[in-house]
Design a protein around this ligand. Structure first.
Ligand code: GCW
Length: 674
């Protein structure tokens, strides 16, 4: 991962060495977090500079790094540093002269702040940033920065493509795989401060004493790294493991059961974060089974956790069987009327788009639409609909696109980022979650480039205004070294990769055309599944005359769920833009596109363009062979070959299918499917 710390170039090492001679971490013997910081700095600086700093009890000369809070260091207390506004996770990194010596301080109000500041210091070295006159203040914009593991107790991972779950439930709590510590280190580098251990399609067993002991053992490993453990809770647990005959939120016995369960959890995990819940969604049990609302269900659990300071993250990913309403509208219809009914320690977790982690979707209309309810973002890091672990797709541009999207609910500038960081509607409870792509694969994520998606998620969770490109650059430097050729070429590949996937899978705002169930490979022809909204045909609506989903007022009117300015833009064929055109509009095949082509020609052209983009990525990667170690070079090269073959498969199958419907000739320049 990004913790390899290989030696920097010799001249750079020489430049840094005098600045990093001594490491001073007062009172570290009293704190596991401070010890973790010490281990990391010794290892990191030692690796990068090929010589470890000396550990000192106090500043003894120039070139010190002092890592301390006002409580642990008199020098920090006296230095008059502006720590007040940094909260309990922020930090300062500054050049300073203390006790007559020149050095660098990492200062914070808390040890967690020191942890994040120390990792930032290492990142400065990893990216060759000069330390002289360094002056950095940073604090997270979002409170809960979480990974969601869709890991089952049998170690399978739903939508996981990097091997088995890293949680070895069988051997926990007795065996503590060193990977758990590495996992915590990697996450702490990014500022991730919580993890939901088990799948949202939850087994009630995760709440039994046996499994709580296992979760507690993980929590103990993670705690020094500022990471709290959360669990997905199954709504029917009182029936399944509690012996009750109902899970109705209004039933006092059910309420008692959850209270007792929460008390039991906090006895073994005193800093337990709370519950994540998928209810009344895709067959999961929930409050609606008893005629109760999502708010009543969420509050039931929230009240059991409240005395302990825990939160409920209640997912808004709902769509009902036999509900004729456009699937893209259903979550909003269910939840927005409940605004104001959720307890203070409930936060509603909303996927980035209204359908389901497609290569491109408009932002979810719930963002901004529930001013009295904190909403958190759910991104998918694992690439369920973007070619699993085998296709290279850097998700930074997608996250950026969503976070920067303007909801206009309070006029221009009401971005999704400002909804989830609490700014727009003054919420203190804020959060962002990423569905993890981590497994027990040797490279953690199934490919080297997938590591970048974990990385960019974490960096944007800390600061949703960071740019995808800047983060890609940082990751490339840390991962492959600082050769400008790698940087330039790697950056070009990464930044083009997500659009390439969009083009060869679902161009022009199409969505959900993947094959049934596993979602790998094309299946636009599927139209006979029991639930209409699972069929690709439900989404593309292609026939002899045209293609696309009319979501204007003439059609499903999904546009009306957005603020008027956005609704107006989405409802306009010309203003919506190519990227979301067929998401919102059903258009004739000969519809004239801005490119001068008609819609049919443009569609075929986009499929083709996607394949070509992957071809280009392959060539670009090949040019880096002399610069990259054989193992990582070869695996990536082989995966890119798979991706090119499969991009071609997507292109050919999709063009063949849509042509069978449109019955139009293949546009010039587009080679026919075999
Ligand atoms: O993306 C879909 C997946 C399901 C998943 C569901 C959800 C965990 O296909 O595997 O279930 O969404 O987010 O709940």
């Amino acid at each position: 991962l990004w913790l390899r710390y290989p030696p920097l170039e010799a001249d750079t090492r020489e430049r840094y060495r005098p600045q990093l001679r001594q490491l001073v971490i007062p009172e570290r013997e009293r704190s596991q977090t401070l010890q973790a910081i010490e281990r990391e700095l010794v290892r990191g600086v030692g690796g990068l500079l090929a010589s470890a700093p000396e550990l000192r009890e106090r500043i003894e000369g120039d070139g010190f790094v002092l890592v301390a809070t006002p409580q642990t260091s008199r020098a920090i207390r006296g230095a008059g540093l502006p720590l007040r506004d940094l909260g309990d996770e922020g930090y300062l990194i500054r050049s300073a002269t203390l006790d007559g010596h020149k050095g660098t301080v990492v200062a914070a109000n808390t040890e967690r702040g020191l942890l994040y500041g120390s990792f930032h210091l290492l990142r400065l070295l990893q990216t060759n940033t000069p330390l002289a006159d360094v002056d950095i203040a940073s604090q997270p914009r979002i409170g809960l920065r979480l990974l969601n593991h869709w890991d089952n107790l049998d170690r399978t991972v739903e939508r996981g493509y990097a091997g088995q779950s890293i949680w070895d439930w069988w051997n926990l709590p007795d065996l503590l795989d060193p990977r758990y510590t590495d996992y915590a280190r990697a996450n702490a580098t990014l500022g991730i401060n919580g993890t939901v251990l088990n799948n949202v399609n939850a087994s009630a067993d995760s709440l039994t004493p046996r499994y709580l002991a296992k979760a507690a053992a993980l929590a103990d490993v993670f705690r020094p790294y500022g990471i709290r453990v959360y669990l997905s809770a199954r709504f029917s647990a009182p029936v399944e493991i509690g012996g009750l005959d109902t899970a109705d939120p209004k039933n006092p016995k059910v309420q008692r059961w959850w209270k007792d369960k929460a008390d039991e959890i906090y006895r073994v995990i005193p800093d337990f974060g709370g519950f994540l819940v998928k209810a009344n969604s895709e067959g999961q049990p929930g409050p609606q089974d008893y005629g109760r609302s999502h708010a009543e269900g969420a509050n039931l659990l929230a009240r059991s956790l409240a005395p302990h300071g825990g939160v409920v993250m209640w997912r808004a990913f709902v769509y009902q069987q036999d509900n004729p309403e456009d699937r893209a509208k259903q979550a909003y219809s269910d939840f927005v009327p409940l605004d104001g009914q959720f307890d203070d320690n409930v936060i509603v977790q909303v996927k980035n788009g209204p359908i389901d982690f497609q290569p491109r979707e408009p932002f979810h209309p719930m963002f901004g639409a529930m001013p009295s309810t904190p909403l958190m973002m759910e991104f998918q890091i694992t690439k369920e609909y973007l070619g699993f672990a085998s296709h290279l797709a850097y998700l930074g541009p997608m996250y950026e696109e969503v976070l920067r999207a303007d909801t206009f609910v309070k006029g221009a500038g009401s971005t999704v980022a400002k909804v989830i960081d609490g700014n727009l509607h003054n919420h203190r409870l804020t959060g962002i979650a990423g569905v993890a792509n981590i497994g027990s694969a040797r490279d953690w994520t199934g490919s080297i480039f997938n590591q970048a998606n974990w990385y960019v998620f974490g960096r944007m969770a800390w600061n949703p205004e960071l740019g995808a490109e800047a983060i890609a650059r940082e990751w490339l430097q840390i991962t492959f070294g600082r050769d400008p050729r790698i940087l330039e070429t790697g950056l070009a590949m990464m930044m083009a990769s997500r659009q390439a996937v969009v083009d060869y899978m679902t161009p022009l705002g199409l969505a959900h055309l993947m094959a049934t169930g596993h979602h790998y490979g094309p299946g636009p022809w599927v139209s006979d599944l029991a639930r209409p909204e699972w069929n690709p045909a439900y989404y593309h609506r292609a026939d002899r005359n045209g293609i696309g989903f009319d979501r204007t007022s003439e059609g499903s009117d999904a546009v009306s769920q957005y603020a008027p300015a956005v609704a107006k833009q989405f409802a306009s064929r010309s203003a919506v833009g190519d990227d979301l055109l067929l998401w919102f509009h059903h258009l004739p095949w000969d519809y004239p596109m801005p490119s001068g082509r008609d819609l049919w020609e443009e569609l075929a052209h986009r499929y083709d363009r996607g394949v070509q983009a992957v071809g280009k990525m392959r060539t670009q990667w090949r040019s880096l062979e002399p610069l990259i170690d054989a193992g990582r070079f070869d695996k990536t090269a082989r995966l890119l070959a798979v991706q090119e073959r499969e991009a071609q498969w997507w292109r050919d199958a999709s063009i063949a299918y849509f042509q069978s419907v449109s019955r139009r000739p293949l546009p010039e320049g587009v080679s026919p499917p075999p």
